[in-house]
Design a protein around this ligand. Structure first.
Ligand code: NAP
Ligand code: MG
Length: 403
């Protein structure tokens, strides 16, 4: 069989621990036998980030801007415990995802992969709900203060042009706590653009929610900017038969639970943090959650939502068998290859992405799955657990049939 052609390289970002092990297996068993794979490889493994003073992460993000599509393996974000585990680390390097997101100015979209054997806790959810979380500002960039005794707090903005605006926050008669948070027009606008772009790309309705009845200026500004940006997309949305829908966050929560799913829910930073955990838990498993970073100018970085699965890696190092779920990482590859195909007009490459996903779903639907999913299967579904290598071999065999 002739291999499927690529014209532009994918930006490939390798990572850490168990997902790095799976990464190599996925390429070897599921991609390279079928695709004449072209990638520009960046090793974002912790030790290589350390050797390059983290320059490799920046270079990988810059390459994503240049080529437009990247696929990323999960990576370790070092903390104190990791500093002890890897004494050669010269610094507690920042989260690669944070660095890449800042350079691409992107928004992360998380969506679950659904299979009939595992039904969402919310019975009427029939299609995935994608959460888009704004990743800048609000309570995550606030300043806080605690005071004792009576007094009054003010909020002051001092413009570089010498102008000043001041508001009284509150007068208090005893101890109190205070919080100053902000967001930037530019960041909200990028968020809105990424959301409209991704909704058009995936042909899904876009919902957006804030609490602008209470927060008339702050949340009101989010609503306003989304409305302004929507004007640039209105015609395209009509053409695609999709809608933009704004509602209050509490109304959105009620509607989401009663909905059949199948839309994108854009959330402010804190709402997105909370709601993405709720939605992903209700859909089943973190190992079945995909994630894509979309920049406002249409660059894409695909990855799994989960981490490097450390416990499995240490068992694997001891030569023990592991049953780690590779599905979300495979879907990162299929998503990236399909997007590369779309951008380069290579329909065979797009079709390969679709078939690779179909092969995964067929194997899962046959009852063959990794251990993490077995306990989640509906009663009556006959399942058998396999290790990661066997699972990938089954997917490869099915893929061969589909091609
Ligand atoms: P994690 O790697 O997602 O794993 C948490 C637990 O979830 C695992 O121990 C495992 O449970 C289960 N799990 C997750 N993915 C699975 C899969 N594919 N198959 C089977 N089980 C799976 O999260 P973590 O332990 O909090 O973080 C580990 C490292 O990953 C950290 O260094 C963190 O910095 C990094 N991280 C990276 C990213 C990223 O690059 N996007 C995201 C999150 C975390 P059992 O052990 O019970 O089987
Ligand atoms: Mg959280």
């Amino acid at each position: 069989m002739e291999k499927i052609r690529m014209t532009t390289p994918l930006v490939e970002m390798d990572g850490d621990e168990m997902t790095r092990v799976l990464w190599a297996m996925i390429k070897e068993k599921l991609i390279e036998p079928f695709v004449d794979l072209k990638t520009e490889y960046y090793d974002l493994g912790l030790l290589h980030r350390n050797e390059t003073g983290d320059a490799v992460t920046v270079e990988a993000a810059e390459a994503t801007k240049k080529y437009g599509v990247a696929v990323k393996c999960a990576t370790i974000t070092p903390n104190r415990q990791r500093m002890e585990e890897y004494p050669e680390l010269t610094e507690m390097w920042k989260s690669p995802n944070g660095t890449i997101r800042a350079i691409l100015d992107g928004t992360v979209f998380r969506a679950p992969i659904l299979i009939p054997a595992i039904r969402p806790v919310v019975r009427n959810w029939k299609a995935p709900i994608t959460i888009a979380r704004h990743a800048y500002g609000d309570v995550y960039r606030c300043v806080e203060m605690k005071t004792e005794g009576p007094g009054e707090a003010f909020l002051t903005f001092r413009g570089d042009d010498g102008t000043e605006q001041t508001l009284s926050v509150q007068r208090v008669e005893g101890g109190a706590v205070w919080q100053g948070s902000h967001n930037k027009d530019a960041s909200i606008r990028s968020f809105a653009r990424s959301c409209f772009q991704y909704a058009a790309d995936t042909r899904q309705d876009l919902w957006f929610s804030t609490k602008d009845t209470i927060s008339k200026v702050y949340d009101g500004r989010f609503k306003e900017i989304f409305e302004e940006e929507f004007e640039n997309w209105r015609a395209r949305f009509e053409e695609l038969g999709i809608t933009y829908f704004y509602t209050l966050i509490d109304d959105a929560v009620a509607r989401v639970i009663r909905s059949p799913g199948g839309f994108i829910w854009a959330c402010k930073n804190y709402d997105g943090d909370v709601m993405s955990d709720m939605v992903s838990t209700a859909f089943g498993s973190l190992a079945m959650m995909t994630s894509v970073l979309v920049s406002p100018d249409g660059n894409y970085e695909y990855e799994a939502a989960h981490g490097t699965v450390t416990r499995h890696y240490y068992r694997w190092l001891k030569g023990e068998e592991t049953s780690t779920n590779p599905i979300a990482t495979i879907f990162a590859w299929s998503g990236a290859l399909r997007k590369r195909g779309e951008k380069d007009g290579l329909s065979d490459l797009c079709a390969f992405g679709d078939r690779l996903e179909q092969a995964c779903l067929d194997v899962l639907n046959s009852g063959c799955m990794t251990k993490d999913l077995v306990g989640l299967a509906e009663p009556g579904v006959e399942v058998h657990a396999v290790n990661s290598a066997e699972f990938l071999d089954r997917i490869a065999a099915r893929l061969q049939e589909l091609l």
